[in-house]
Ligand binder design. Structure first.
Ligand SMILES: [Zn+2]
Length: 193
């Protein structure tokens, strides 16, 4: 068995075209969200994959646990916004001989990465580009214990659509300024005589 360790504060999931047992063609590997000052683990063993070989047709082939573990860790580490070499999410394959050292390095790497993401969020906010702030940036701010004003997604839009004429009107309006109907009842105002 190999143990994958995650300091990442969100659940990690991925479906792979191999499985711990022969039979299922796909398997979902998951690690729970890690608490802010801790980690979660996933044990993985060898896995089976059904592959086509020209001379033999479809055959089950064994993927060694080392390859399974590094494939999953590679997947969970790649494609992250702003990730550059040297830091990223704290996810790694446990080496029992130097686990403490690995864990510390992973937490530091993740902290550096989250600081980077947090700065991205701050910059977007300063430039008035709230729509560029991602959930990952918010997660980073939370994990760092920061409370920027962009921590929660923007409140509901300030407008709504009139159910009768489709015009954009203020969210709190009770009467549509375009078709003059009452938003709740659809009644039109009586003409003044
Ligand atoms: Zn209207």
């Amino acid at each position: 068995m190999k143990t994958i360790v995650s300091c990442y504060p969100k659940p990690l999931e991925v479906v792979r075209p191999y499985a711990p047992e022969r039979g299922p063609r796909l398997h979902e590997y998951k690690i729970e969200a890690a608490p802010p000052d801790g980690y979660k683990t996933l044990d993985v063993g060898d896995a089976w994959e059904l592959v086509y070989r020209q001379e033999r047709g479809w055959v089950w082939e064994l993927i060694p646990e080392d390859e399974v573990a590094s494939d999953l860790v590679g997947h969970w580490n790649s494609g992250r916004v702003g990730q550059v070499s040297g830091f990223g999410p704290g996810i790694f394959v446990k080496d029992p001989d130097r686990f403490d050292e690995q864990l510390e390095a992973a937490r530091q790497s993740q902290e550096d990465w989250f600081n980077f993401l947090y700065e991205q969020g701050e910059d977007a906010d300063k430039l008035g580009q709230r729509s560029n702030i991602t959930d990952e940036m918010r997660e980073a701010a939370r994990w760092l214990g920061k409370k920027p004003k962009w921590l929660e997604p923007a409140r509901q839009e300030l407008t709504k659509e009139c159910p009768f004429c489709g015009s954009e009107i203020p969210r709190r309006a009770t009467v549509c300024k375009v078709c003059l109907r009452d938003i709740d009842t659809g009644a039109t105002p009586k003409k003044a005589k």
